[in-house]
Design a protein around this ligand. Structure first.
Ligand code: HEC
Length: 180
C-alpha cells in the first residue's frame, strides 16, 4: 500500500486514473468464466508483447517459389496433423476442441506477428498449449521456409483434407517433388 500510494503521488492524477482503470479491467476480466472478446484480445496482445521473442529477427530467405514450396512440404509432413495442409485446420477433427483452439494461420492475429516472432513460435512452441517446439526437428532455414509458407497460404480447403484423417489431400503435391 505504501508503494502504491507513493507511486500514485509520483505518476499524477491522469495516469493514476488510467492505472486504476487497468487494474479494474484486469480484475473484472479474471472473474469472468469464459473469456470474452476483450479478455481474449487483451491476453493475446499481452502474450505477443511479453512472451514471444524474436520480434526484430529478419527472415534471411527470399519469398521465392522454392522457399515457399520447401516450407509447404515440411508443413505438410509435420504441422498438418493440427493445422491441416492449408494452415487453416481443414479436415482436422479436434482443432476447435483443443484449449486454446488451433488458430487459422492466415488470420489477422497470427499474421500480425513479425517473421521473427513466427520463427520463434515454431522453434520454441507455446507452453503450455498443444503447440510443440520444432527445434531439433527442423533446421533454422527450414523453420524460416515454413514462416515463408505461412505468409503465402493457399485458399482454405484448396489442398483437401489430410490422408491421416481419411481425406484425399496428398502429403506432397506432385509438382513439389521436382527440383530437389
Ligand atoms: C499437436 C498439434 C500442433 C502441431 C503438430 C503444431 N501446432 Fe501450431 N499450434 C497448435 C495450437 C494448439 C496452437 C494455439 C496455441 C496458442 O494460441 O497458445 C498453435 C499455434 C500456432 C501458431 C500461432 C501462434 C499464436 O500465438 O497465435 C503458429 C504460427 C503455429 N502454430 C505454427 C505451427 C507450425 C509451423 C507447426 C509445424 C512445425 C505447428 N504449428 C505444429 C497446435 C499444433
Amino acid at each position: 500500500m505504501q508503494f502504491y500510494r507513493s507511486t500514485l503521488l509520483r505518476v499524477g492524477r491522469g495516469s493514476a486514473a488510467a492505472l486504476t482503470a487497468v487494474t479494474l479491467l484486469v480484475f473484472v476480466g479474471c472473474s469472468v468464466r469464459s473469456p470474452g472478446k476483450f479478455e481474449t484480445s487483451f491476453m493475446q496482445s499481452a502474450k505477443r508483447r511479453l512472451t514471444i521473442g524474436g520480434r526484430s529477427d529478419v527472415n534471411p530467405l527470399s519469398a521465392d517459389e522454392e522457399n515457399i514450396h520447401a516450407g509447404q512440404r515440411n508443413f505438410e509432413s509435420y504441422c498438418m496433423v493440427c493445422h491441416g495442409l492449408d494452415g487453416q485446420n481443414t479436415g482436422v477433427p479436434f482443432a476447435d476442441k483443443m484449449s486454446p483452439p488451433v488458430p487459422q494461420l492466415n488470420s489477422p492475429s497470427v499474421q500480425a506477428y513479425t517473421d521473427g516472432q513466427l520463427h520463434w513460435i515454431i522453434r520454441n512452441g507455446i507452453f503450455p498449449s498443444g503447440m510443440p517446439a520444432s527445434k531439433g526437428v527442423f533446421r533454422d532455414d527450414e523453420i524460416w521456409q515454413m514462416v515463408t509458407y505461412i505468409r503465402h497460404l493457399p485458399p482454405k480447403g484448396s489442398l483437401g483434407e489430410p490422408v491421416v484423417y481419411g481425406g484425399e489431400g496428398l502429403p506432397q503435391k506432385p509438382q513439389d517433388k521436382k527440383g530437389k
